[in-house]
Design a protein around this ligand. Structure first.
Ligand SMILES: NC(=O)c1ccc[n+]([C@@H]2O[C@H](COP(=O)([O-])OP(=O)(O)OC[C@H]3O[C@@H](n4cnc5c(N)ncnc54)[C@H](OP(=O)(O)O)[C@@H]3O)[C@@H](O)[C@H]2O)c1
Length: 259
């Protein structure tokens, strides 16, 4: 029996959208548990600052690659950096996402639909394919897709984004079925409202924050580290028989009602 099933020593992880928020918290926690980590984001300056902050874990254990979530060249650079630097990839955290429209779904332009699907679904498909092609099955492995409670239950306002997250939930289950026989597990984490820049418009507004907090059994919004813990669990041997699941981390309250 492994004495610490949460230990990630000798593992190599890619975490997308890791220059802040849930992605950064995840990268830091995976490093703390022993993994080597490659992070991505769209802005070099933000990534440089992350490298500085993460250097306490050993500069040689972290790399950063500037890559837009939907860009095929960026995806190839990301996978190439992980393989060339660390020799293999064991953990993929598909965390980067965008929301290009707020409002009713039928009021959206097709450009917003395409942009949101490009990053949240097409980009995840391409990166996952590239990681699998790089040989994840040699070491077993874990893929964790960051979805949303809005992908389980519709929420007003986040319309197209919620549809992409619902697609990603089904992608998770389909892929889990197909690549489980290779020893690779695929799961998703569905956060509720978390205090990050992405959701700032919701938690910085007194009315929507009060509505969320008063209907949430824990009476508060979540912190990025609380999502990182769920991702690290699913990435670890502690979750060795967990496959094709969506782990909801929302304090038990779903998302905003009618926001
Ligand atoms: N916060 C919440 O309440 C909440 C709830 C449910 C689900 N989620 C999910 O949690 C995940 C992380 O969100 P977060 O709340 O941590 O957001 P965040 O704090 O805004 O961080 C988003 C990260 O993704 C990067 N990013 C944004 N667009 C990108 C793109 N097109 N390509 C590559 N990287 C991109 C950002 O860096 P750059 O801007 O420099 O690229 C940043 O590092 C997302 O999948 C989101 O859907 C969040």
């Amino acid at each position: 029996m492994q004495c610490n099933a949460y230990d990630l020593e000798h593992k190599v992880a890619i975490v997308t959208g890791a220059s802040r928020g849930i992605g950064f918290a995840t990268a830091e926690l995976l490093l703390a548990r022993g993994a080597n980590v490659v992070i991505s984001g769209r802005k070099q300056e933000a990534l440089d600052s992350c490298l500085d902050r993460l250097s306490a874990y050993g500069k040689e254990r972290v790399r950063a690659v500037m890559a837009h979530g939907g860009d095929e060249n960026g995806i190839q650079r990301l996978v190439g950096t992980a393989s060339d630097t660390f020799g293999h990839i064991d953990i993929l955290v598909n965390n980067a996402a965008t929301s290009a429209h707020y409002g009713k779904i039928m009021d959206a332009e097709i450009s917003a639909w395409d942009k949101t699907f490009n990053v949240n679904v097409r980009g995840v498909f391409l990166l996952t394919k590239a990681v699998l092609k790089a040989g994840m099955e040699k070491t077993g492995g874990s893929i964790v897709n960051v979805v949303s409670v809005g992908g389980i239950m519709p929420v007003e306002g986040l319309s197209i984004y919620n549809v992409t997250k619902a697609a990603l939930i089904h992608f998770t289950k389909q892929l889990a079925l197909e690549i489980g026989p290779q020893g690779i597990r695929v799961n998703a984490v569905a956060p509720g409202l978390i205090k990050t820049k992405f959701a700032e418009v919701l938690w910085s507004n007194d009315e929507s924050r009060d509505a969320y907090e008063s209907s949430n059994p824990l009476r508060r919004i979540g912190e990025p580290q609380e999502i990182a813990e769920a991702i690290a669990f699913l990435s670890s041997p502690a979750a060795s028989y967990v496959n094709g699941q969506v782990l909801t981390v929302d304090g038990g309250g779903g998302f905003l009602k009618g926001s």
